[in-house]
Design a protein around this ligand. Structure first.
Ligand code: GAP
Length: 462
C-alpha cells in the first residue's frame, strides 16, 4: 500500500479542479453565479466518459432498453399531471433576525444556523424554475424548466413502444439537464440549481415490480464499482415513509461517502403506475400496454434508477484522489479507471530540440486518432509527470535522445510509476492493451523494463 499523506477534502478538490481545468465557477469574470459550475477542458472529457459508460451499460449493451433525448421545456400540463406543480416543494424557513432562508429538513435545531435567530413557520416552496414562452409574460405563457428528465420519458411511452416494438419488461433511458431552484446549495457540484441526470424508467408487469426493483439496485451498485469506486464508500439507504417523493412507493438511495459525509449519489424508486396513470387521466390518451399472455390492457409499473452526472463526477474525483510522499514533495494524483480518465496518454519529448520534437510530434499524430492524447513539452520532465498525475492520465510516453537512435520510447504508468521501453512500431498496440487492463510489466516483442517505480499499485479497476 502507498503511504497516505493526507485525505481528500472539498477545498483540495475545488482548488485542483480550477488549477487543472476540471471545473470552474460559472461566469467567473462577473463574480460567478451561486451554485452554477462550468466544466473545463479536462472536466468535460471526464463527464463525457461517465455519460458514455452509462449509455453503453444501460442502453447499447442491452436488448431491453432504448434511449430518448426529450426537450427541456414541456407543455405545463405535464407538470400538473405529474404532481410537480402541487407537490415538488421543500419546507422553507426564514430567520427573523438575519433573514437568511433555510430548508427546514436540513436543520438539526429550530434556530438559524448562521446567527442563532428565531425562525418563521415553514412554508412550502416549489422548486421548479418558471419562465415565459413567447413575447407576453402572463400566466398563460408560463413554462417550467424540467426538474427531472423522467417526465419526457413517460409522455413518450406510447411513441417508444410503437416505434421500438419492445415488449415488457423493457426500459427507456435518457441523459439531460434538469433544473431545481434549490433553497440550499453547496458542497461544490453536489447540489446545484442546474445539473445533469442519467435516468432509466424500466417498465414491468405489475406484480413483478419488486423483483425488478431488487435487480436494478444490484445492477446500479455494480456499475459504480466497475467504474473504480471503492465498495466500502458505497452503501444503500432506504427512504422512510415521510421522505418518499409524491410518486414513489419505495425508494433506496445509493449513498457515497463524500468528504462532508454519506450522501445520495443515485435514487432507485418503485414509482408503480403513478406516472402513466396520471398522464392518461390528464391527457385523455391511452398509455396502456397490451399483454399478449393475459390478453388484457395493463398499465405497467415503473422502476426508476435515477443518477446524477455531476454527483458521479464528484464521487469519482473524491474516490480517485490520492496523495503520496515522493522524495521531498507530495505527489497528488487521481487513480481514474482508464475508461474514465479524461486524458489517456501524454506525449512528452525530453527536450524541445528540433529533431526530438519532430519525432515526438510524429508519435503524437500516430496516437491521437486512437486515444485522447495530450502533448506537453514545457518545463522539466518531473513537473510534466506531476501535471499528468494530477489529471489522472494513466500513461505518459517519453521520447528521449536515444529514441532517435533505437526508435524506442518509454511508457510510464501513473499508479506504480513503473517504466517500460517499447519499439515505436508496437506503441499503439501496447497502449491499447495496457488501457484495457494488461499489466504494465508485460512487454511487447523487443520491449524491456526500464525503471521500477517502487510503487505496487497498478491501474485500479482495470
Ligand atoms: N426522477 C427522479 C428524481 O429526479 P431525485 O432523487 O430527485 O429523483 C435523482 O434525483 C438524482 O439526481 C439524485 O440522486 C442526484 O444524483 C441528482 N440530483 C438531484 N438534485 C440535484 C441537484 N440539485 N444537484 C445535483 N444533482 C442532483
Amino acid at each position: 500500500m502507498t503511504e497516505k499523506t493526507g485525505k481528500v477534502s472539498m477545498e483540495k478538490l475545488v482548488s485542483l479542479s480550477q488549477r487543472r481545468g476540471f471545473i470552474f465557477p460559472s461566469s467567473e469574470i462577473y463574480g460567478g453565479l451561486s451554485s452554477c459550475w462550468d466544466y473545463g477542458p479536462v472536466g468535460v472529457e471526464l463527464k463525457r466518459n461517465i455519460k458514455e459508460a452509462w449509455w453503453r451499460a444501460v442502453v447499447q449493451g442491452r436488448d431491453d432498453m432504448v434511449g430518448l433525448d426529450t426537450s427541456i421545456l414541456m407543455n405545463p400540463r405535464v407538470w400538473e399531471a405529474s404532481g410537480h406543480v402541487k407537490s415538488f416543494s421543500d419546507p422553507l424557513v426564514e430567520c427573523k433576525s438575519c433573514h437568511q432562508r433555510w430548508k427546514a429538513d436540513d436543520l438539526k435545531e429550530n434556530k438559524c444556523p448562521a446567527c442563532g435567530g428565531e425562525l418563521t413557520e415553514p412554508q412550502r416552496f416549489n422548486l421548479m424554475f418558471k419562465t415565459f414562452m413567447g413575447p407576453v409574460e402572463d400566466a398563460a405563457s408560463i413554462v417550467y424548466l424540467r426538474p427531472e428528465t423522467a417526465q419526457g420519458i413517460f409522455v413518450n411511452f406510447a411513441n417508444a413502444v410503437n416505434t421500438s416494438r419492445k415488449r415488457l419488461p423493457f426500459g427507456i433511458a435518457q441523459i439531460g439537464k434538469s433544473f431545481r431552484n434549490e433553497i440550499t446549495t453547496g458542497n461544490f457540484i453536489f447540489r446545484s440549481r442546474e445539473f445533469e441526470q442519467m435516468e432509466i424508467e424500466f417498465f414491468v408487469k405489475p406484480g413483478t415490480d419488486q423483483q425488478w426493483f431488487e435487480y436494478w439496485i444490484e445492477e446500479r451498485l455494480n456499475w459504480y464499482v466497475g467504474l473504480g469506486i471503492k465498495k466500502e464508500n458505497l452503501k444503500l439507504r432506504q427512504h422512510e415513509k415521510r421522505e418518499l417523493a409524491h410518486y414513489a412507493r419505495v425508494c433506496y438511495d445509493i449513498n457515497y461517502k463524500f468528504p462532508m459525509g454519506w450522501a445520495e449519489l443515485e435514487g432507485i424508486a418503485n414509482r408503480g403506475d403513478y406516472d402513466l396513470s396520471q398522464h392518461m387521466t390528464s391527457s385523455g390518451k391511452s398509455l396502456t400496454y397490451y399483454d399478449e399472455e393475459t390478453k388484457e390492457q395493463i398499465i405497467p409499473c415503473v422502476i426508476e434508477p435515477s443518477a446524477g452526472v455531476d454527483r458521479t463526477v464528484l464521487a469519482l474525483l473524491c474516490d480517485a484522489y490520492d496523495e503520496e510522499p515522493d522524495k521531498d514533495e507530495i505527489r497528488v494524483l487521481f487513480h481514474f479507471h482508464p475508461d474514465i480518465a479524461p486524458i489517456k496518454v501524454a506525449v512528452l519529448p525530453l527536450s524541445r530540440k528540433e529533431n526530438l520534437n519532430a519525432l515526438a510530434k510524429d508519435v503524437y499524430a500516430q496516437l491521437r486518432p486512437c486515444f485522447v492524447t495530450q502533448y506537453d513539452d514545457t518545463q522539466s520532465i518531473g513537473r510534466r509527470y506531476r501535471r499528468q498525475d494530477e489529471l489522472g492520465t494513466p500513461f505518459c510516453v517519453t521520447i528521449d535522445f536515444q529514441s532517435l537512435e533505437d526508435n524506442m520510447v518509454t511508457i510510464r504508468e501513473r499508479d506504480s510509476m513503473n517504466q517500460i521501453r517499447v519499439p515505436i512500431a508496437a506503441l499503439r498496440d501496447t497502449l491499447q492493451k495496457k488501457l484495457a487492463g494488461e499489466d504494465i510489466l508485460v512487454l511487447p516483442e523487443g520491449g524491456k523494463v526500464w525503471k521500477r517505480g517502487g510503487r505496487r499499485g497498478s491501474l485500479r479497476g482495470a
